[in-house]
Design a protein around this ligand. Structure first.
Ligand SMILES: *Cc1c(COP(=O)(O)O)cnc(C)c1O
Length: 294
């Protein structure tokens, strides 16, 4: 059974960002407007889900279960994509103590996702095989997608994003959460294209080991993760970042999201000011969306 994509891939385009690298620079910066793909599904999320949902259908699963925090773009995307595939979904939500669900969880519920709020201790067992077995037993024939869509099927789906990137691009920039999108890009991009990941959380350099283990030992192109531009930590925002977002929107006429892409673009501005890229570089940053979180 084919899954009908709820996305508008035809609306994705590569946007010029005149002046972003400085007016007299010979470095070109462009943005892949993957944010235009869907109002709620973040640009990269569907690609991580596609082969997971195909596998769920092929295995005859009756439910899809996944994990996320109370503001997780991945939960909403799974709820929407599972609903498009005709599959009921269950979201296991990390400790959220509030009288009413937040807008993100409300959106999940609107897509028919059954939400189970669990303690942080229980949530931490999200990769423990015994816990997952007990969870599957509670639902008949469940297919479990890890947090962030971080599995082989998730990484494989990202090849479709790499295919949107012209071979003339020398450097690709992307925000990093679980690292799944990053690893999928590194697999699928031309090895000559450099890949730079921006971690929006404190101490995000730990992701290097995870990504390295996914990439394996074979030959691969250059890649790097920077965690300099976290602005206080995951989901945190500062007055400086707020001002940056307002200036960006004023200059180019569309917004960045506060959790991921604003931190990446601010970081990219700083790196350009530090002359971190060679003359003649053609940089493509990916606007992964996430705007419903703003
Ligand atoms: C989830 C998300 C990311 C991070 O993707 P990973 O594959 O988990 O690294 C980046 N940007 C946005 C807007 C997201 O929602």
């Amino acid at each position: 059974m084919a899954i009908i994509s709820p996305l508008r891939e035809d609306l994705v385009f590569i946007q010029e960002l005149p002046g972003f690298a400085g007016n007299d620079s010979n470095i070109k910066v462009q943005l892949l407007r993957l944010d235009r793909i869907h109002p709620l599904i973040s640009g990269n999320k569907w690609y991580k889900l596609r082969y997971n949902l195909e596998a769920a259908l092929a295995l005859g699963a009756a439910t899809v279960i996944t994990f996320g925090g109370a503001y997780s773009n991945h939960l909403v995307a799974t709820a929407a994509a599972a609903s498009a595939a005709g599959l009921p979904s269950v979201g296991i939500v990390r400790g959220w103590h509030a009288a009413a669900p937040n807008p993100v969880l409300q959106q999940c519920a609107a897509y028919g996702m059954q939400l189970q709020i669990v303690s942080r201790e229980e949530y931490d067992r999200k990769e423990d095989p015994a816990y997952l077995a007990a969870l599957s037993a509670r639902y008949s024939s469940a297919y479990i997608i890890p947090e962030g869509g971080a599995n082989e099927a998730g990484r494989r789906g990202i090849a479709a994003i790499a295919a949107m990137i012209p071979s003339t691009i020398t450097h690709v920039c992307v925000s990093v959460g679980s690292g799944t999108t990053f690893a999928g890009l590194r697999h699928a991009l031309d090895p000559g294209q450099q890949l730079l990941g921006f971690a929006p959380m404190k101490g995000g350099a730990y992701l290097k080991d995870t990504i390295q283990s996914w990439l394996g030992p074979g030959p691969q192109g250059t890649w790097e993760i920077t965690d300099r531009f976290h602005f206080g930590g995951f989901g945190k925002i500062t007055a400086e970042l707020r001002a940056y977002m307002a200036d960006f929107e004023q200059a180019y006429g569309f917004p960045l999201d506060r959790v991921y892409t604003a931190k990446m673009m601010q970081g990219l501005s700083v790196l350009l000011a530090e002359a971190a890229f060679p003359a003649g570089a053609s940089i493509l940053a990916i606007h992964t969306g996430g705007l419903s979180g703003n």
